[in-house]
Write a protein that binds this ligand. Structure first.
Ligand code: A5P
Length: 226
């Protein structure tokens, strides 16, 4: 099975778990795309839900596909959020933000009674740190923020668009992709140390948010970790 077929399979499966009346949080990325696609189909078949998006890209897909979208400012809590990850370990700790939506994704996940994470097997990790760690940083004095992180031993590059411009998040911030070393990475400690720098808004480490994890394998099998 191709990775794209796996993403479609687990996204569809997660879409089938949504129930009438729910307020649903929509993740971002190439896997969440298939979850949103399935919800679009189900809404056309009569499913009644309302949804909030974790990015302008997901908002556009869902809105264009006929999913009733509501303003997050009018939501007290979300019943179920489905999103993917760049890396996830056995304790369900994650690195997210490969698509640059980590801040909104974390807020939406935090507002949710349940978060289901859908990943293909390539995202499974024994020890986080294989992927770069996206860190959202305010544009003001971003070079100084980067050098402050370097002094703490965290180095990386600002993300750029295909045209070579600085990538800007939906919140008007920048993404610094930090290179980690799995051997020396201590996610909770690193998260706190990085967050202490004033220009840092949020890191791509996600702790204690994922409840169920749906894993799709190349041989077509699907595993659910509760
Ligand atoms: C978006 O900012 C990310 O957190 C994504 O959820 C993560 O990068 C996984 O994306 P894919 O499903 O595209 O691999």
């Amino acid at each position: 099975m191709s990775i794209d077929d796996i993403k479609c399979k687990i996204g569809t499966l997660a879409g089938d778990l949504v129930q009438n009346g729910m307020t649903v949080g929509l993740g971002t990325g190439t896997t969440a795309f298939y979850f949103i696609k399935r919800l679009m189909e189900r809404c056309q078949e009569g499913l009644e839900i309302q949804a909030v998006a974790s990015s302008t890209a997901s908002l556009k897909q869902a809105h264009d596909g006929g999913i009733p979208m509501i303003d997050i400012e009018n939501v007290a809590s979300i019943d179920l959020t489905v999103d993917s990850a760049d890396e996830i370990d056995r304790q369900k700790q994650m690195i997210k933000g490969g698509g640059g939506a980590l801040l909104r994704e974390k807020i939406v996940a935090t507002m949710s009674k349940e978060m289901i994470v859908i990943v293909d097997e390539t995202k499974l990790s024994e020890k986080l740190g294989r992927s770069k760690l996206p860190v959202e940083i305010v544009p003001f004095a971003h070079h100084y923020t980067k050098s402050s992180l370097e002094k703490l031993g965290y180095s990386g590059e600002f993300r750029r668009t295909a045209q070579g411009l600085l990538f800007m998040t939906d919140n008007g911030n920048l993404i610094l992709d930090l290179k980690l070393d799995p051997a020396s990475t201590n996610p909770r400690e690193d998260h706190v140390r990085i967050r202490e720098i004033p220009g840092v808004v949020e890191t791509g480490f996600f702790f204690d948010l994922a409840q169920r994890v749906i894993i799709g394998y190349k041989d077509g099998k699907v595993q659910i970790r509760d």
